[in-house]
Design a protein around this ligand. Structure first.
Ligand code: PMV
Length: 325
């Protein structure tokens, strides 16, 4: 039986156990999935049922500064605000840090800055866990490979394993029980004209976490059994569209993938709906644009906000139609 602890021990077995420097700082970009990760085959190790594929948000993400701390507990600051001990976010980070303490009385002081809203379906946890693992790697001078860091970040939040690289990244689901083959792999693709714009509909943290929604969907949705086949087909289309820079093919597959994911959630018991009336309104506006030959597509994660996909050719038209992006 593999545990998070046994995987961490395996990866760090010949690495330094004490900090090699006073403090460390690292940044990781958020990533938005064009083909979503939805459902785990192993809840403890965050091993997914299917592959997924994302694009990086470049300069949008999270920066962590980390050092050891004299107090009797971890200290966490997020965007200049000290986070209280009983907040879920602090508990989640401290729990993850338990995997890396040289001894049980070793605590961390963490200063985190995100330029994206937290827990609003904008992949803030992906960039946070990726930045955290990168800063730990520097603090302890482990010199892990990006693949090892991707596996370690995955233990904090699945989608974080795709935030170790810029550009397009595929998370290979892997087949091993220990998850050592389940990590991000950067794709050798560039597409300078591709744009992703965020339509903010709700900045508030979501009421149901993606972890809880994912589990409920896998356990109770009758539609979930169709999901892996949908993903296989969408992945083929998305990868082929990236190779040929075909926005129509990319957009259709990404949009279809997001809608299929939300269909599985809606059919779980109890049903889960992240969309708000405004979300549906914007979807209709996107479809209206396409009816007028403006190639724009949407994707949606576990939140009400939408992300628009288009190319620079239509940036002006998009800004005119969606001034809020
Ligand atoms: O990594 P998590 O547990 O935050 O789950 C991410 C789930 C989605 O954002 C909905 C899809 C994805 O692939 O990022």
């Amino acid at each position: 039986m593999h545990t998070k602890q046994s995987i961490v021990q395996h990866i760090l077995k010949n690495k330094q156990k004490l900090p090699g420097k006073q403090s460390a700082e690292a940044f990781a970009s958020s990533n938005i999935a064009l083909c979503k990760y939805w459902g785990k085959r192993n809840d403890e190790l965050n091993l997914p049922v299917t592959n997924s594929l994302s694009m990086s948000l470049g300069e949008y993400g999270t920066r962590f500064t980390i050092r050891s701390c004299e107090e009797r507990d971890d200290i966490l600051w997020i965007n200049h605000e000290k986070i209280t001990d009983n907040s879920p976010i602090k508990k989640r980070l401290s729990h993850f840090l338990d995997l890396f303490r040289p001894d049980p009385d070793f605590y961390f002081h963490i200063d985190s800055h995100s330029n994206i809203p937290i827990a609003a379906g904008l992949a803030s946890s992906a960039s946070a866990f990726a930045a955290l693992i990168k800063s730990l790697d520097q603090l302890f001078c482990w010199e892990c490979t990006d693949t090892e860091l991707s596996i370690l970040a995955r233990l904090g939040s699945g989608s974080a394993c795709r935030s170790l690289w810029p550009g397009f990244v595929e998370w290979q689901k892997g087949t091993l029980d220990n998850g050592m083959d389940s990590h991000g792999v950067p794709l050798n693709v560039t597409w300078a004209d591709l744009r992703l714009a965020i339509v903010m509909i709700d900045q508030n943290p979501k009421t149901i976490s993606s972890r809880v929604a994912m589990k409920s969907t896998v356990d109770t949705s009758p539609l979930y059994r169709a999901w892996p086949d949908c993903v296989s087909q969408h992945l083929v289309e998305i990868k082929s569209a990236l190779m040929t820079q075909d926005i129509e093919k990319l957009g259709r597959a990404a949009e279809q993938n997001a809608l299929a994911m939300h269909a599985t959630m809606m059919s779980s018991q109890p049903g889960i709906i992240y969309s708000q009336p405004e979300t549906l309104k914007i979807m209709q506006q996107v479809w209206q644009c396409r009816a007028e030959n403006i190639p724009v597509y949407f994707t949606q994660d576990a939140g009400a906000n939408l992300k628009l996909l288009f190319t620079t050719e239509v940036t002006d038209a998009i800004l005119a139609r969606f001034p809020q992006v």
